[in-house]
Design a protein around this ligand. Structure first.
Ligand SMILES: Nc1ncnc2c1ncn2[C@@H]1O[C@H](COP(=O)(O)OP(=O)(O)OP(=O)(O)O)[C@@H](O)[C@H]1O
Ligand SMILES: [Mg+2]
Length: 356
């Protein structure tokens, strides 16, 4: 499998947590809220089993998110691109329901059937409307089984289609007028939606729908150390699934990529002394992860197996310069005023000059 689902990739950790979990679980939950939070944040069990952290960030955020899922309100994860909204939603669903696949991908073209149900037309024409001819959406299946459903990029979905969720979330039922019936949600059902700050306005959430959600904002990593930790961890995982060799030491280059991204994002150098202009790209943690991963592939296939400046320079340039005219000027200025003067960054400066 190129990318196993969270519940499969971390099956051993989930099983170990379930075995040690003696706290009360909400009905149909695989784990108690405490164990779900531990699964996300990492920890060590009494028998020494280590639970790897999936999310690096404030504990309270995770606690609020998990608790929300045990109430009658749905969970909305909001944040700028690349703040692990999708990642957290997948792991929450995996830990709570053991199933992260009940997923609706929101786009401008998402139809109502993707949230409610559709029909198998061959069956429908042959036998008329019946339960057999009905094709339930992931949300409908989650309601029937008492699991967590996920809606990605909620705000991209047209407003009238979004509103389909209002009855589901407030009445906990999905009417099927064609059959004169309904599907009622059983305990354990809830919904996690994600939405991107930058896309807001594409289709703003209606206030009626917003009231059905508890909103949790996922912040950017608080410090360079946190972000380096996130990037290193994910790069190692991705590298393994792509069969890349474990590189001896890329820590220095990872720190550089993260530093450059943070300084350009924040518009000021890490020491707070020099203001720099920000490019149009988001320069998210997610992008730092892919720059480092491609760098490792370059080092493995064309270099000497050690991650060096030259392996990440092209990736950084690609992430920074999105709008060729404006961003290129911003990048050049940053290179000449900040990177050039920095102790120990000579190789990096040279490598960036070469690709720019
Ligand atoms: N605080 C964090 N802790 C752990 N991983 C993180 C963190 N921030 C970012 N990541 C990593 O960044 C990657 C991208 O995250 P994800 O795709 O979930 O972002 P997103 O918020 O859904 O972005 P988008 O708005 O573009 O959909 C994931 O691999 C995730 O592991
Ligand atoms: Mg996402």
């Amino acid at each position: 499998m190129l990318r196993p689902h969270a519940e499969d990739a971390f099956a051993a950790e989930l099983a170990a947590l379930a075995a040690h979990d003696d706290r009360p679980r909400p009905e149909r939950w695989r784990l108690s809220p405490w164990a779900v939070a531990t699964y996300l944040l990492g920890g060590e069990l009494p028998d020494g089993t280590v639970i790897s952290p999936k999310y690096v960030g404030p504990r309270r955020i995770v606690e609020v998110a998990v608790t929300t899922l045990a109430t009658d309100r749905a969970l909305l994860l909001l944040g700028v691109p690349g703040t692990a909204k999708t990642w957290v939603s997948e792991h929450l669903a995996a830990a709570v329901s053991g199933d992260s696949t009940l997923l609706v991908q929101g786009t401008a073209g998402t139809p109502e059937e993707a949230i409610r149900y559709g029909w198998n037309y061959a069956q429908l024409l042959a036998h008329g409307p019946s339960r057999d001819a009905l094709v339930p959406s992931p949300v409908m299946r989650a309601m029937a089984d008492g699991r967590i459903a996920r809606v990605e990029e909620l705000t991209r979905i047209p407003a009238d289609v979004q509103d389909t969720l209002i009855t589901i979330l407030s009445e906990k039922t999905l009417p099927v007028p064609e059959l004169g019936g309904e599907t009622q949600a059983v305990r354990g059902f809830n919904l996690i939606a994600t939405a991107n700050d930058r896309d807001r306005g594409v289709n703003e959430l209606s206030s009626a729908l917003r009231r059905r959600f508890n909103t949790v904002v996922l912040p950017l990593p608080a410090s360079v150390e946190d972000e380096v930790d996130i990037v290193s961890r994910r790069v190692r995982q991705l590298g393994r699934s792509l069969d890349l060799p474990d590189l001896p030491d890329g820590a220095e280059e990872i720190r550089r990529v993260v530093t450059v991204f943070r300084e350009l994002r924040d518009g000021v150098t890490a020491d707070g002394r020099t203001r720099v202009k920000s490019p149009t790209g988001t320069l998210s943690t997610a992008e730092a992860i892919s720059v480092v991963t491609s760098g490792i592939a370059l080092a493995a296939h064309f270099g000497d197996g050690v991650l060096r400046s030259a392996d990440v320079a092209a990736g950084i340039l690609g992430a920074v310069v999105r709008d060729p005219a404006g961003d290129r000027v911003v990048w050049q200025e940053y290179l000449e005023t900040v990177v050039r003067e920095r102790d120990g960054w000579k190789d990096f400066y040279r490598a960036c000059r070469e690709v720019s």
